[in-house]
Structures are given as structure tokens and as C-alpha cells.
Design a protein around this ligand. Structure first.
Ligand SMILES: Nc1nc2c(c(=O)[nH]1)N[C@H]1C(S)=C(S)[C@@H](COP(=O)(O)O)O[C@H]1N2
Ligand SMILES: [Mo]
Length: 424
């Protein structure tokens, strides 16, 4: 059996403990996080308390710039979920027009010409302060060596609604089905390259990119602009500052002119509209690695898990819920599976609610950080309703379970989803 906690999560758990101890000793900064929240993480208090609720959007708010035709998207407050049936036949990469949008507030329309990226903090050599930052313009970034990579961006809450509909759990947050994921070919410059040029100090431990979108208000309180610390080891590994998405300049809704792209990790790490990056010799906290994006609840450590890093294993059919199939004819079912812990090794499909399983044919050479498309023939002979199920196994040995371990905010749903269809 694979360990339930992946190696890098264990590593993050240890680092998080150290970060918290340093905070206790007055050696870590925690702007926008209350003392009480940090004490909750450190000690056992109200475990299972529901923390954080998203601000409901007023219907009149226009928070997304691109068109959201109803045949492609399900609008959810400030966000828009891609319909899986719209991905049928789109190829490996999700077209930009179809890519889901997750906005805490609203898309800011920024001009590349006016944009500057500011790097500052105690983790830079000579410790430039807020008043003496290192700056890069858009053209400066474009002049640096470019790299291209295919990677998914997926919300940590993707599949959240199934905690309720399949498992009867009450969870907070946007009730996504499975459409809060997209795969794009991102082009940009390695964050490691920019940090090196800015003068990274050997004392740096965390970097914290921050968005230029409006401050996020939750429960009547401003939590400041969207930002989340990233351990230096990940920042130096495979993180990009991306300025192109599928060969086009980054669209407004996806972070124009530049976003952070953190392969395989929860979507919140990939900060859009990045305006500055704090490079710190002290560990950092923000609401997005304390109150949010940890696992809370009876099944998790008292005070919450370590901050979420890699995504779970999931699968989806390129079909609408309740899609119709003609009996007595041959059909081909299509779908995609992905994992944050490795490539997809195999996918098994059931067309009879889980009684029998057949291996699907994989259509992509399995790769880390992106999905694998698959298909399976199906000739239903009896009219009626049934459920289609797909179960993926990744190269790290993780297989989708029948039931996901619940958490109060409904993150990382990894169980096999029961997809209803009608045979007529
Ligand atoms: N500045 C900023 N960055 C952000 C967010 C945001 O609201 N503001 N949302 C995050 C979350 S929760 C997710 S899942 C991804 C979504 O990326 P997308 O909208 O390009 O699909 O962006 C992340 N980066
Ligand atoms: Mo997200």
C-alpha cells in the first residue's frame, strides 16, 4: 500500500511545524493572520470548526471579462466552471475560451506596458526593503530565457459538490462538479531565474507572490490581496512566471500580463496578475496557507493539516450529467484522468454502476502535471438509467478510492464519481 501521505506532503508538514515554532519564538511574520488562527493551528482547539465562507457575488457583478456561453460554462458566483461535455474533441490542451475561471474578487484589466514586478524582502542579498525593491518590466521578463510546459491548473475544491451529493457531507465553498480544471501550454520564465537575478540570499526560506486584484473580503473583514507563501524549494524547482497561454498572451481572466504557474499543486498557488513577490528569510503566513487550503475536521490533525500542496487523483467523462445513449448500438466513451503525484498509469471504467470494470485505452503518453485522455467502447442493450464510473491509478501508486476522506472546506475530493446516464 502506498503511504497515505506523499513524501513532499510529509516534508511540508515538517516545514510547517518549524514555521509555526518560529512564529511562536517571534521569528516568523504573519500579516493578515490573527494570533488566534495560528494558535489554533498549533494547539488543539475547536477541531472541525467551519472556517471561512466565500463572499456571495451579486448577480449584477461582472467579475469575468470573457464571454461565458451557457453551453460551455456553469457560472458560480465570481467563478465559472467548464462543462465537461464541451471538452469533447478539444485536444489535449483546453482552449483559452473554455478554461475555467476562479476569481476571489474580479478580473482586473491590466496593461503589459504599465506592469512592473517588484521583488523585495529579507531573503534578497543586501535586503532591499519595500523602498529599494528589484524591479522587472514586461519586456525585461520577455528578454530572459523562455521555457514552455504543459500543465494543469486545478482548484483544490474541484469536485467539492460530491462530498455532499455522494457522501452526505456538509462543506463550505464553491460547489464545483469536476470542471474546475484546465490544461494549457504555458510559456514564461523560470521563477528561479528571476530570483537569481534579483539576488537571492542563502537565508531565503519562503517566497510570497501577491496578486494585483482587489483585496478579498471574507466575513466583513479584508484579508488583503490574494497571496500565499511558497517554500523556496518548490519556487526553485519547476515554477514559472507565465506570460503566454496556448500560444497567446495570457488572457485577462487568467492573469494578464503575468501569472505564477506552480505545476501539480493546488490552483491557489498559481497567483494571477502577480505584482510583487516577497522573498523572505523568515517563514511567512497568509490566510491562504492557514485559514484556507488546509484540511480541517475529525479525520485530520487537531488544528488542521499542513498547507495543501499536490493535487489528488481524479477522472471525468467528457459527457453531460444525464447524457443519453441509444440501446443496441456501439458507442465510445471518452474521458480524462490526472494526478498531482505523478502520471496516470491506468484507468478502469465501469458502465454498470461499479459491478464490472474494464481497462480504458490511454490516448496520451502519460506525463506528470497534465491529464491523460482515454476511451472505452460501450454497447448498452437495456434501456434505463445507469452510472458510469472511472477509476484512475497514478505512477505513484495512488488509486481513486470509493469514498473521499471529508474535510470541512471540501478540498481534494478524490473518490470515484458516479456519472448518471440514460439508455433509451
Ligand atoms: N491574484 C489571484 N490569483 C489567483 C486567484 C485569485 O482570485 N486572485 N485564484 C486562485 C485560485 S483559487 C485558482 S483555482 C486559480 C484559478 O486559475 P484560473 O482562473 O486561471 O483558472 O487561480 C489562483 N490564483
Ligand atoms: Mo482554487
Amino acid at each position: 500500500m502506498p503511504s497515505p501521505v506523499p513524501a513532499d506532503r510529509r516534508h511540508e508538514t515538517e516545514y510547517d511545524r518549524r514555521r509555526l515554532r518560529q512564529w511562536l519564538a517571534g521569528e516568523a511574520r504573519a500579516d493578515g493572520v490573527t494570533r488566534r488562527q495560528l494558535l489554533t493551528l498549533l494547539t488543539a482547539t475547536a477541531a472541525g470548526t467551519t472556517l471561512g465562507t466565500a463572499r456571495p457575488a451579486r448577480a449584477a457583478d461582472r467579475t469575468i471579462v470573457k464571454p461565458l456561453p451557457a453551453e460551455w460554462f456553469i457560472e458560480r458566483g465570481t467563478n465559472a466552471e467548464t462543462r465537461w461535455e464541451a471538452l469533447r474533441g478539444t485536444g489535449h490542451h483546453t482552449p483559452n475560451e473554455l478554461f475555467f475561471v476562479r476569481n476571489h474578487t474580479a478580473t482586473p484589466v491590466l496593461k503589459a506596458d504599465d506592469w512592473r514586478l517588484r521583488l523585495w524582502g529579507s531573503g534578497l542579498r543586501g535586503s532591499p526593503g519595500e523602498d529599494r525593491p528589484v524591479e522587472f518590466g514586461y519586456d525585461d521578463l520577455r528578454a530572459l530565457p523562455a521555457v514552455t510546459r504543459t500543465a494543469f491548473v486545478e482548484c483544490a475544491g474541484n469536485g467539492r459538490s460530491y462530498y455532499t451529493t455522494q457522501q452526505g457531507e456538509t462543506v463550505t465553498g464553491t460547489p464545483w462538479t469536476l470542471g474546475a480544471i484546465g490544461v494549457a501550454r504555458w510559456r514564461g520564465v523560470r521563477l528561479a531565474e528571476v530570483l537569481r537575478r534579483a539576488g537571492l540570499s542563502p537565508r531565503a526560506v519562503d517566497v510570497q507572490p501577491r496578486g494585483l486584484d482587489a483585496e478579498y473580503v471574507s466575513g466583513g473583514e479584508s484579508l488583503g490581496r490574494v497571496r500565499r507563501p511558497l517554500p523556496l524549494a518548490k519556487a526553485l524547482d519547476d515554477v514559472l512566471l507565465a506570460y503566454e497561454m496556448n500560444g497567446e498572451p495570457l488572457p485577462y481572466d487568467h492573469g494578464h500580463p503575468v501569472r505564477v504557474l506552480v505545476p501539480s499543486w493546488v490552483g491557489i498557488a498559481s497567483i494571477k496578475w502577480v505584482g510583487d513577490i516577497e522573498v523572505s528569510a523568515q517563514p511567512l503566513f497568509s490566510p491562504w496557507n492557514t485559514t484556507f487550503y488546509r484540511l480541517f475536521g475529525p479525520a485530520h490533525p487537531e488544528g488542521g493539516s499542513a498547507p495543501l500542496t499536490r493535487q489528488a487523483v481524479k477522472s471525468a467523462f467528457e459527457l453531460a450529467s444525464g447524457a443519453t445513449f441509444e440501446a443496441g448500438r456501439g458507442h465510445v466513451l471518452h474521458g480524462r484522468s490526472w494526478s498531482g503525484a505523478g502520471a496516470v498509469a491506468r484507468v478502469d471504467v465501469s458502465t454498470d454502476g461499479g459491478a464490472h470494470w474494464r481497462p480504458a485505452r490511454l490516448h496520451d503518453r502519460p506525463r506528470t502535471g497534465t491529464w491523460t485522455r482515454w476511451s472505452l467502447g460501450w454497447s448498452p442493450d437495456t434501456p434505463g438509467t445507469t452510472h458510469l464510473l472511472a477509476r484512475a491509478t497514478d505512477t505513484a501508486g495512488r488509486t481513486q478510492p470509493d469514498t473521499a476522506v471529508p474535510n470541512t472546506q471540501g478540498y481534494l475530493f478524490d473518490a470515484v464519481v458516479r456519472h448518471p446516464v440514460n439508455v433509451v
